[in-house]
Design a protein around this ligand. Sequence first.
Ligand code: FES
Length: 154
Amino acid sequence: MSLSISLAINGRQHDVALNDPRVTLLDLLRERLDLPGTKKGCDRGQCGACTVLVDGRRINSCLALAASMDGAEITTIEGLAEGDELHPVQAAFIEHDAFQCGYCTPGQIMSAVGLIKEGMAGDDPERVRELMSGNICRCGAYQGITEAVLEAGR
Ligand code: FES
């Protein structure tokens, strides 16, 4: 049985037929819609590499069924920059060396964009660390990440 969903991704409408109702939003983005910027780390909700915004809220896309996304507005890392102009959070990550290998970076940035949108960034590094704690960086670039989020949130 195939299920059809219609969703907006980075401002572009997509109509998708799902042959398998168990496909996750993460796999839909990466494997069907050619949007590999969202990364797969653990595939079980523990690392945050797959973070995207759904209707402005950050979620782990590995835990969300694509079938539940009918009518949703999704933002992925590919949708942040405007032409050659980086999103302020992207620019802050570069400014503060907020990555090493870069694998977790799209998820870190999407999570930061989400928490800034929610008005949660504030100016307390400990609070930012706590709010970003769902995003793991195996290289340990947490200091730069926290500084970048604080700057972008000002
Ligand atoms: Fe989704 Fe790790 S890949 S939380």
